[in-house]
Each structure stands twice: as C-alpha cells, then as structure tokens.
Unconditional design. Structure first.
Length: 318
C-alpha cells in the first residue's frame, strides 16, 4: 500500500519532533541551572576585557560547550540575563551548532562515505576536495561569519535588539546587588528554581519549535524530489536554492552533512547549505523571536543569507 502525503507528513512531523525534543530539553535544563547557579556577570568576567578578543573567544566556545541549534536559544537567553554581552551571546549562538566536536565527526564521516560512493570522474566534478577540506571549510567559514556578526552587533545598543524582559532592569542599570541578594536568599531552593525555569523555557521554546517542525514537514511531504534538478542550473542558483532548502528543511547540524553530501550540486552550494542551515532555519526563526525583536531577526536572516552565499562562492574560487 503506497503511503499518502499526509502519512508522510505525520511520520516526518513525529520523527523531527522526537529528534529535536531531547536537545531542547537538554538546552532548557542547562538554561535552568545557569539561572540558578551561575553568578551574574561570571562569564563576562572570564572573557577577555578586550571586546574584540571576547567575541573571538565566544566564536570558539562551542568546542568546549557543544550545543545543538535546537538547544542554544534558551541557553543564550539565560547567559544574557546573567550579564554576558549581547555581541558575545549572538556569536556563541550562531557558531556553537557548527563549531563543536560532534559536528566535526559527522561532517567528516558524511563526506568520506560520499567520496567512496561516487566514481573518480563524479568526485572530480562534484568536489574540489575531500572530507577534511569540506569539514575545515565549514568550520572556518562559520567562524568568520559569526565573528563578523558579533563585531557588528557590538556597535548596536542591546535595547534595539532584545525583547522586553530579557535583560533584568538591575543589569541594564549596571547594579548587580539585587541579583546577588536573590542568589543568597535562594541557596536552599536552587534545584527548585532550576526546574521551574526549565519547565517554563521548555514550554515556550517547544511551542515555537513545534510550529517550525510542522512547516518543515509540510514542505518535505508535499514537494517532489524532481525539483532538485533546478538546483543545477548554475552555481549561484545552486547556492541560493541550497540555502533556501536548508532554511525550510530545518535539519539538525549533527545530521545535515549526510543530506548535503548526497546532493549532486557544486561544492560551494553544499558549503552554503552546511553553514547557513544551523544558523537560520524555520524553527530557529520562531525560537529567535522569543529573545530578539522581529526587526532584528529579519535583518540577521538577510545578512546571513547574503554573507554566507557570497563567501561560499568566493571560498571555492580562491
């Protein structure tokens, strides 16, 4: 019995939902414990005093604190509330889903299998390098893009970026006495505070994630694979369409390399897919809106689309 589009939609919706839910739970639990145990301003004090160096270091934090894109939003929300500069938080938010050990291994594995699958002539046509080249290109390009975004955000007032209530008034005014007092009076109930924060963040983040998963499932269930042929009209067209596909499919950064590696498109288009997707997709837009103002999310999405598209093309033609 052939499956119907609705049947495919149901399976895709449930599979993506169950795949992403554990990461959201992990992120919101980490968020809750950050809220309960991390002293206000601690990370800000650990980072270098120099703002540029702090942003550079934030772009590498994913190597020691690997977080999937599904889980990073509630984490950075709590870090901002604890005093982490917005520029550093956004840099970490965009880079952590790519610059982490799990993604390095999955990307290497995916493109190693692709090289084995294609014939020598096909590999020369579709690839300008092996798995090490693609993995290092993904990491370096992601670091360059996220640091650039962080440096730009550094010059913008956070009131024009963040939604109301994200930064407590005592931190906006530079007064941490209230935050310190609150920490002192809640030492005996920190676990309860962490669990309450986890529950609240999980419900809010999960709602937006579910909306994004539903949109993604509709696309994947009702759009035929024949449209992939359009991706090979030209290299710039392939780059644009692959980034659009990454935005709609909303794949996890730990598994998207296996999709990209099997697309018969130029390597620059694959690279754009691998860098843009973990930074901006359907579900992330809804999740970003829990922290940032709508105007900033639109500007960020547009800037990332243009910057990654141009750099991916240049990167493979140097």
């Amino acid at each position: 019995m052939a499956s119907s589009p609705f049947h495919d939609f149901s399976l895709l919706f449930l599979s993506i939902l169950f795949e992403g839910a554990p990461f959201i739970l992990l992120g919101t639990m980490l968020s809750g414990f950050i809220d309960a145990y991390l002293p206000a301003g601690l990370i800000d004090r650990v980072l270098p005093r120099n703002k540029v160096l702090a942003i550079l270091m934030s772009g590498l934090l994913g190597a020691v604190l690997p977080v999937c894109e599904c889980a990073v939003v509630p984490v950075i929300r709590r870090l901002i509330r604890k005093g982490l500069p917005v520029s550093c938080a956004i840099t970490y938010m965009l880079s952590a889903p790519i610059i982490n050990p799990i993604v390095v291994i999955s990307t290497m594995t995916a493109f190693s299998k692709t090289v084995e699958k294609f014939s020598l002539r096909q590999a020369e046509t579709l690839s300008t390098g092996g798995p090490l080249f693609m993995t290092s290109s993904r990491l370096l390009l992601a670091f360059l893009v996220t640091v650039t975004v962080g440096l730009v955000v550094m010059r913008i007032r956070h009131q024009t970026i963040l939604r109301e209530g994200i930064v407590p008034p005592e931190l906006e005014n530079g007064d941490e006495s209230h935050a310190s007092q609150q920490t002192e009076t809640s030492k005996g109930t920190r676990i309860i505070l962490a669990m309450r924060t986890t529950m609240r963040d999980f419900i809010e983040t999960g709602m937006y994630f579910t909306i994004g998963v539903a949109i993604t499932s509709v696309f994947r269930a009702y759009v035929t694979e024949d449209l992939i042929l359009i991706f090979n009209q030209s290299e710039p067209v392939g780059i644009v369409l692959m980034m659009a596909l990454a935005f709609i499919l909303s794949l996890c950064s730990t598994s998207d390399a296996f999709i990209a590696a099997n697309f018969p498109v130029p390597q620059s288009a694959r690279l754009a897919f691998l860098v843009f997707g973990p930074m901006m997709d359907v579900k992330l837009v809804f999740m970003y809106l829990t922290v940032f103002k709508k105007r900033f999310v639109v500007i960020l999405a547009t800037a990332l689309f243009v910057l990654i598209g141009v750099l991916s093309y240049i990167w493979l033609h140097i």
